[in-house]
Design a protein around this ligand. Structure first.
Ligand SMILES: *[C@@H]1O[C@H](CO)[C@@H](O)[C@H](O)[C@H]1NC(C)=O
Length: 331
């Protein structure tokens, strides 16, 4: 589903995100161990689902999860089996195309609550306690976006669907040989609003479809933001349509309604803590806008009152500094 640049980005994401996090990935290339893990997973499956269902998907097609921070755009099925009694929190980070959402299916799970076991499905991306999209930019309150549960499920299928192209399954399973089996699907999103960037080279278009809504394109790296097409606050979503080129206007927040495109950065994922570097509006089919955002996280936020049909097409290239990409200095 992803282009080559996306795989490169996922590596970039891993490097950057690992540098931020204290949790280190548990990486194992030991084949024997992996085999043992898939056997254990198969045992959980056999116990949970019966042999008949197990035959539907050959055992070797189940991907064992061995990295504590596991980023994927694939469908799985994935299995995780705890190898220790440690209370470590790990996560599966699902990231797909901007115009898709993430659907996570639980086939079975055995996560003992009385051993502090916990599963949490997050509608968004989590980093250091902050969630993208921010609460103010999401249609659902946080309590409806974080689904926590534990226990054991035999036949019951649990499904979660995200509102944007990113979702996370966090888990803490401090009991050997307990775990879960899941798979993912990536259905189309007809009106994407918040987007976690998956490409360092492809343009993205933020659009409000005439709605009163704020939408953010976020990249988890210091970015050079280029706006390659701009239509914000100009053409009405009502019957009268103005298509005059106004050029790129600054200081748009003095106007009413205050439809605008904010370009800024932050240390974490919370766009409420965004330092706005520039704020623009207008109709400009060839804007000459390039802003450097020397922050850990780069965001472009489209603020829409609902009186206009807004759109902005953006590329966020990484500002690459040697020490950020040198793994030796990352830890
Ligand atoms: C969008 O953001 C602006 C400025 O941050 C805020 O005033 C407004 O209430 C937000 N609109 C919605 C629909 O959340």
């Amino acid at each position: 589903m992803f282009s080559k640049s996306t795989s490169a980005l996922i590596i970039l994401l891993l490097v950057i995100t690992d540098a931020f996090r204290t949790a280190r990935a548990v990486i194992s290339n030991d084949r024997h161990r992996q085999q043992q893990i898939s056997n254990n997973a198969a045992n959980i499956l056999a116990y949970e689902m019966g042999v008949k269902n197990l035959l539907d998907t050959p055992r070797e097609h189940y991907r064992p999860i061995t990295d504590c921070m596991f980023v994927t755009s694939e469908s799985g099925p994935f299995t995780y089996v705890s190898r220790s009694d440690d209370e470590v929190v790990c996560g599966i980070y699902f990231l797909t195309d901007p115009d898709r959402t993430v659907e996570i299916h639980f086939h079975s799970f055995d996560v003992p609550c009385d051993h502090r076991g916990l599963l949490a499905v997050i509608d968004g991306w989590e980093m250091d306690g902050e969630i993208f999209p921010s609460e103010a930019d999401h249609s659902l309150p946080i309590k409806d976006r974080v689904n926590e549960f534990c226990g054991k499920s035999r036949w019951y299928r649990k499904t979660f669907t995200s509102s944007q192209n990113a979702a996370v399954l966090q888990y803490r399973i401090p009991m050997r040989n307990k775990g879960f089996v899941i798979s993912a699907r990536y259905p189309k999103n007809s009106r994407p609003c918040n987007i976690l960037s998956v490409s360092t080279t492809d343009p993205f278009t933020l659009r409000n479809y005439g709605r009163r809504i704020n939408c953010t394109l976020m990249a988890m790296y210091p970015g050079a933001v280029q706006v390659i097409a701009l239509g914000v606050g100009g053409s009405s979503s009502q019957s009268v349509v103005h298509t005059t080129e106004t050029g790129t206007l600054h200081k748009c927040d003095t106007k009413n309604p205050r439809d605008q495109l904010e370009i800024g950065g932050s240390r974490g994922l919370d766009t409420m803590k965004l330092d706005v570097i520039d704020s623009i509006c207008g109709i400009d089919s060839k804007p000459d806008i390039k802003e450097f955002v020397p922050y850990e996280v780069t965001s472009v936020r489209l603020i829409s009152s609902g009186y206009y049909d807004n759109s902005a097409t953006i590329i966020i290239n990484p500002i690459v500094s040697d020490d950020l990409l040198d793994p030796a200095s990352a830890f």
